[in-house]
Design a protein around this ligand. Structure first.
Ligand SMILES: [Zn+2]
Length: 366
């Protein structure tokens, strides 16, 4: 069975909705024709010129990258820097580049879960759950249509809370209305006041599916005019946000944990602050630049905070309350290409999937 670029993109967007990306980000299809049939996918942390060359050599016409090659608007395409050259090469060879960036950082089975798995961390939770991405729908349905409307709302993406699905609150009541002479009422007659036993349905939903939930509601609801309220909520979404905290099955000393960290993630260098006297049982991870999470990491009660791109003065902020480890940006996220291939292989069993062999790290160590 053949799949288009668009089908692959929409699957990835179900896993990591674009609405979950940061405002500065550019997680989307950056080059490529969405209607083209996928010939093969190359998974990578960075989509550089060398990676595009590799895709051409492998016969792949799609690259799925964590880091977007383009962040800001490009004003010329003359090949004067690596960004322009990469885009030119991709377009010339009909290579689609799709970036799945901070949206993949923010989901519960994304970049940070992969790091937790490598370190053997259990009971993982999002460290800083995002606010302002949940909504509540309230609607009123004649009693005999409650089930059909509920099922339509659930199918459109409402009613999921953590490991629970089909979540709703139902309350019996009475709806009243008087249809006008021009109305075509499902129940009742024009000009006559009517009372109808109704159910008040309340469901939570991610705000980015509001439109699809409302159209499902209108389609499934028997009334000519559907009464509802959609409200934005301040609640945190426990399954979406930055950083992740997890626990070691068996606590260990700080020295032993550093050895474990180096081995599990195949690191050459770990920059870290002074070790604490206590054993390590809880660890915070954030792939890429995560030092903005330091205060939440301390509050979580973790003994170690694994991230990258930490500046000199930021190391001082450890204050003997936590051990900050800078393992390198590339090193913290290189396993994301495996995560991408895993995600894609769960749905597209007959598309050739490759992991890049190009070392895109611009930093070397001596
Ligand atoms: Zn990164």
């Amino acid at each position: 069975m053949a799949y288009t670029i668009r089908e692959v993109v929409s699957y990835l967007e179900q896993i990591a909705p674009p609405a979950y990306q940061e405002s500065y980000d550019n997680a989307q299809l950056i080059t490529g024709n969405p209607q083209a049939v996928v010939q093969g996918i190359l998974c990578t942390l960075d989509a550089t010129e060398e990676v595009v060359q590799e895709a051409i050599a492998l016969g792949c016409n799609m690259i799925v990258a964590h880091h977007p090659i383009v962040f800001k608007g490009l004003k010329s395409f003359t090949g004067r820097n690596y960004v322009e050259r990469t885009i030119i090469l991709a377009i010339k060879h009909d290579i689609a580049i799709y970036a799945i960036h901070t949206n993949l950082d923010h989901v519960a089975h994304g970049v940070n879960k992969k790091i937790c798995d490598l370190l053997g961390l259990e009971k993982t939770k999002i460290l800083a759950p995002k606010k302002g991405i949940l909504s509540k729908l309230v609607t009123f349905v004649p009693k005999n249509a409650t089930e059909q409307v509920l099922q339509a709302l659930f199918a459109a993406g409402a009613g999921e809370i953590g490991e629970y699905s089909s979540c709703s609150f139902l309350l019996d009541g009475t709806g009243t209305f008087t249809p006008s002479q021009k109305a075509n009422p499902h129940i009742g007659s024009p000009g006559k006041p009517h009372e109808e036993p109704e159910t008040r349905i309340e469901v939570l939903l991610p705000s980015h599916v509001e439109r699809q939930v409302l159209s499902a509601l209108k389609l499934a609801h028997p009334y000519e005019e559907v009464a509802y309220y959609m409200q934005s909520l301040e609640n945190e979404h426990q399954e979406v946000g930055a950083g992740m905290v997890g626990e070691l099955a068996v606590p260990m000393s700080g020295e032993a944990f550093l050895v474990h960290l180096k081995q599990s993630m195949d690191l050459k260098v770990v920059k870290h602050t002074k070790l604490l006297a206590k054993e390590v049982s809880k660890v915070v991870v954030c792939g890429g630049a995560g030092i903005f999470l330091l205060s939440q990491a301390k509050k979580s009660g973790a003994q170690f905070f694994i991230t990258s791109d930490v500046k000199y003065h930021e190391f001082f902020d450890a204050e003997n309350q936590i051990v900050i480890c800078d393992i390198g940006h590339y090193e913290s996220e290189i396993y994301t290409k495996e995560l991408l291939a895993d995600i894609l292989s769960q749905k597209f069993t007959n598309i050739a999937l490759y992991l890049t062999k190009v070392v895109t790290n611009p930093i070397t160590y001596i």
